[in-house]
Design a protein around this ligand. Structure first.
Ligand SMILES: *Cc1c(COP(=O)(O)O)cnc(C)c1O
Length: 362
């Protein structure tokens, strides 16, 4: 099969076709280098240029100033659940966590191993169908940091404005909405994200860290778990995933070429609105999981009147070339993940398909 399907998977997820084609063309030899990105030394001049340009392009896309460093690490976003508390817990040895879904709970589980944790707010009793409001957050002004998950990949909810935390550094797991819109990066102490949703292949984690926070990283930490050591070594303390960083670089250039994050947001919002509008006009045949003001523009979760109809729709969409729409078991139903690289045309075609399905089955 040479034909590409519409890939609605939550992650690893669709990448821009232009990026895949460029990587394919240059996979045998990087132009002028005589070898592949898969074979090149991470200490070579060529790779230096690739990693430095990728860092600079990410900084420019996110309007990040030189008070921040960008690290390219391994171990996924999941290792950050441990690295964040291990590195940032001093000096106060207590941190605030906002719980909005399965990934926040996993972050919480690891942080609890390190120190006392205050749960600032949780929407678990509402099956994580919404994001808490600022007034609901019981923040501790003396906490070492506040951790939140900007987009809840499984439940399909998203923060449309980050929580206000005063002088307490804000730490964000942005794995599933990084680079989907402009954010005010200067409000954050740390932003981390696994690459495989919106940036590149699995195997690289991007960590954006305000440089003054590196002072908190204790020398007693294991070297590979210490942000300061990775920062001092330009993310080359050990062998990085050269291929992963190379693809993140190509994706960054693709974003810049296509108008940057404001344009990306506009398109992402349009794509998500096409789906939500279909649900809202469906007489409750399609029901979104997220309450309207918490809806994600990256992961659109929805249910049908019965599980039987859901199964039928998943089978029919898969057969028609719409892949990966089965929802996560904790929410059920369907989930359309429509990251940056997902084409608007695919969303329009899916909605046509949904409307036809409804008329045949209601
Ligand atoms: C996918 C995901 C993770 C886990 O990422 P890994 O790279 O597999 O560790 C963490 N947080 C969020 C929000 C995610 O979407």
């Amino acid at each position: 099969m040479q034909q590409r399907v519409y890939n609605f998977s939550a992650g690893p997820a669709v990448l821009p076709e232009e990026v895949i084609k460029e990587a394919q063309e240059n996979l045998f030899v990087l132009p002028g280098v005589g070898m592949s990105i898969l074979e090149i030394s991470h200490r070579s001049k060529t790779f230096d240029k690739i990693i430095n340009e990728t860092r600079a392009d990410l900084k420019s896309l996110l309007s990040i100033n030189d008070n921040y460093d960008i690290l390219f690490l391994q171990g996924g976003a999941s290792l950050q659940f441990s690295m964040v508390p291990l590195n940032l817990m001093p000096p106060k040895n207590k941190a605030d966590y906002i719980i909005t879904g399965s990934w926040s709970k996993k972050a919480l589980k690891e942080a609890k191993r390190v120190c006392a944790i205050n749960i600032v707010a949780t929407t678990e009793s509402e099956n994580f169908s919404r994001i808490p409001k600022q007034e609901e957050l019981k923040l501790d002004p003396d906490a070492s940091y506040v951790h939140f998950t900007s987009n809840n990949t499984i439940y399909g909810t998203e923060w449309h404005k980050e929580p206000e935390t005063g002088n307490v550094p804000l730490v964000c797991d942005a794995s599933s909405d990084i680079l989907s819109k402009k954010i005010d990066a200067n409000k954050y102490g740390v932003i981390y994200a696994g690459a495989q949703k919106n940036m590149g292949p699995a195997g690289t984690t991007v960590v954006i860290i305000r440089k003054d926070l590196l002072e908190r990283c204790s020398d007693s930490l294991h070297s590979m778990l210490n942000y300061k050591i990775h920062s001092e070594n330009g993310s080359l303390y050990n062998t990085p995933s050269a291929f992963g960083i190379y693809i993140i670089g190509l994706v960054s250039k693709w974003l810049i070429k296509n108008g940057g994050l404001d344009t990306m947001y506009k398109v992402n919002k349009e794509k998500a609105d096409i789906l939500y509008k279909c649900f809202d006009g469906s007489n409750e045949f399609f029901k979104g999981h997220a309450v309207p003001d918490s809806r994600s523009i990256m992961n659109v979760t929805f249910r049908l009147p019965s599980e039987e109809l859901e199964k039928k729709l998943i089978a029919e969409t898969t057969a028609a070339g719409f892949d990966g729409l089965k929802g996560h078991r904790s929410v059920g139903g369907l989930r359309a993940s429509i990251y940056n690289a997902f084409p608007k045309k695919g969303v329009v075609e899916l909605v046509d398909f949904l409307k036809t399905f409804q008329s045949k089955n209601s």
